[in-house]
Design a protein. Structure first.
Length: 225
């Protein structure tokens, strides 16, 4: 007579138990996203809210961008790029590097689900920024520069995980990123598109187009593929 096998010793049960143990260990080691955002992770990663605000809305005067409502895939890719050094970011580099991959993923999901405060219509200064609007909507094909909205969506609302929203982001932040692309301090753009565009624009053009986008109304991005 064959002895009965112990169901607790089957490969399927053992595999499931190991997966549960790993998940519990991660939960014990890594704080949840809300705690990291407000307090840091206790291993050198500072609280995200210190710069990006408790609502994830950023701080325009200081040039810290909005995170709330951005595509989760985009946020995680940028954190991963900063942590690896693929994207230069002096302030963010030590923070991202001290976040685990799970923590970066959790933070990206956390901020993507944050609601975005309603924004006013474009200001009078935006309406008068003809050069910025032209570059944003039509580009400058004499320099092989397409309109920004062709990739970033109408008024720069953002498209998926590769083209982030520009609308309502601080002009100081947007201009800084354009100059980082221009000077090759940032190299994580698909096919080098942004490096080509930024290097084709002078400082006045960069300031004009980023000021126009900063004045556009903010809309939450759709996180569906």
């Amino acid at each position: 007579m064959q002895p009965r096998s112990n169901p607790l010793c089957t490969p399927l049960f053992v595999a499931a138990w190991l997966m549960l143990a790993v998940a519990q260990a991660r939960a014990a080691v890594h704080p949840n996203a809300a705690a990291i955002a407000s307090q840091g992770n206790g291993r050198g990663a500072l609280a995200c809210a210190a710069c990006h605000g408790t609502d994830g809305g950023g701080q325009a005067a200081a040039g810290f961008p909005r995170l709330a409502g951005l595509n989760a895939g985009y946020l995680q890719r940028r954190l991963d790029d900063i942590a690896s050094g693929e994207r230069g970011a002096a302030v963010m580099k030590p923070i991202a590097a001290r976040l685990s991959e799970d923590e970066r993923k959790a933070l990206a999901a956390y901020y993507s689900k944050m609601s975005v405060a309603a924004a006013p219509a474009p200001t009078a200064s935006a309406a008068g920024n003809a050069r910025g609007e032209w570059l944003a909507t039509r580009g400058d094909w004499s320099r092989q520069v397409p309109g920004c909205v062709q990739c970033h969506g109408p008024r720069g609302v953002g498209v998926g995980a590769y083209f982030p929203p520009l609308a309502g982001q601080p002009a100081q932040y947007l201009a800084g990123q354009m100059r980082a692309f221009k000077e090759s301090g940032r190299r994580n753009d698909p096919l080098g598109m942004m490096r080509h565009i930024a290097s084709s624009l002078d400082d006045k053009d960069i300031d004009a187009v980023t000021a126009w986008f900063a004045a556009q109304p903010v809309e939450p991005e759709r996180n569906e593929p």
